[in-house]
Design a protein around this ligand. Structure first.
Ligand SMILES: Cc1cc2nc3c(=O)[nH]c(=O)nc-3n(C[C@H](O)[C@H](O)[C@H](O)COP(=O)(O)O)c2cc1C
Length: 221
């Protein structure tokens, strides 16, 4: 059996998308699967890259799409791959989508994953499920094996997902729910995120303007 991981993040090797996908590939490899890894941002830049990617997906028993949510949607490179696949790819493959987003609530990936699910339906591929992680930047692209306690539930959820996928099944709801839990308490996340914004603003000399709302309509009296 063969699986291909398509990494949808422009951050490439340093992305959380890759860290999550690589962990799953390792699980499948240890169960005797052949695995391959591709980067959407590279493949979409040439027609040879796209053709090659589509061929690899067609010969795989499972395609794993791992990407960050950008404005409630998969990033442009992933959309480009989907548009290309739509007209050209053979029916009968299987797709698993895994989205991670910046906000702490994994619900922020809901519309991205719906796009992938409807896409699988439209091209006649089996939908193996949508996995969703919030607060993806807490992992900051670290390998899950090295990420310690903060990634414990992430590893457990992906282990459960891999066990099902290796047998040709969809990921169980228990794995989806476990990955969907807050990776850190939301209060802690908000404090840390606010500090990071303040630091970035200070570095760019705009700390006194951080609450500006230049596109806000003037209040009518
Ligand atoms: C252009 C852009 C748009 C984004 N839009 C969202 C969004 O709509 N919701 C959200 O929760 N996070 C959003 N994020 C944050 C990323 O999803 C988040 O940082 C993610 O963990 C990055 O994953 P990666 O390391 O795999 O690229 C956005 C980030 C960028 C750069």
């Amino acid at each position: 059996m063969r699986a291909v991981l398509l990494i949808g993040s422009p951050r490439g090797e340093r992305s959380t998308s890759r860290a999550l996908g690589a962990y799953m590939l390792e699980g499948l490899r240890s169960r005797g699967w052949e695995v391959g890894e591709r980067y959407a941002c590279r493949d979409v830049t040439t027609s040879e890259g796209l053709t090659d990617l589509l061929a690899e997906m067609e010969r795989s028993d499972l395609s794993i799409l791992s990407f960050p949510t950008y404005v409630d949607s998969p990033p442009a490179a992933v959309m480009r791959v989907m548009e290309t696949m739509h007209g050209r790819i053979k029916r009968g493959g299987a797709l698993l989508a895994m989205a991670n987003c910046g906000f702490i609530g994994s619900g922020n990936n809901t519309s991205s994953l719906s796009i992938c699910r409807l896409f699988a339906r439209d091209i006649g591929w089996e939908w193996r499920g949508g996995l969703s992680l919030g607060g993806g930047n807490v992992l900051a692209g670290r390998a899950l094996q090295d990420a310690g306690g903060v990634a414990r539930n992430v590893r457990r959820a992906l282990d459960q997902a891999v066990s099902a996928l290796a047998e040709g099944k969809a990921v169980p709801q228990g794995a989806i729910d476990l990955l969907g839990r807050n990776i850190v308490p939301s209060l802690l996340y908000n404090i840390t995120a606010n500090r990071a914004w303040d630091r970035a603003a200070r570095k760019n000399n705009v700390l006194d303007r951080i609450r500006d709302r230049p596109y806000m309509e003037e209040e009518r009296r």
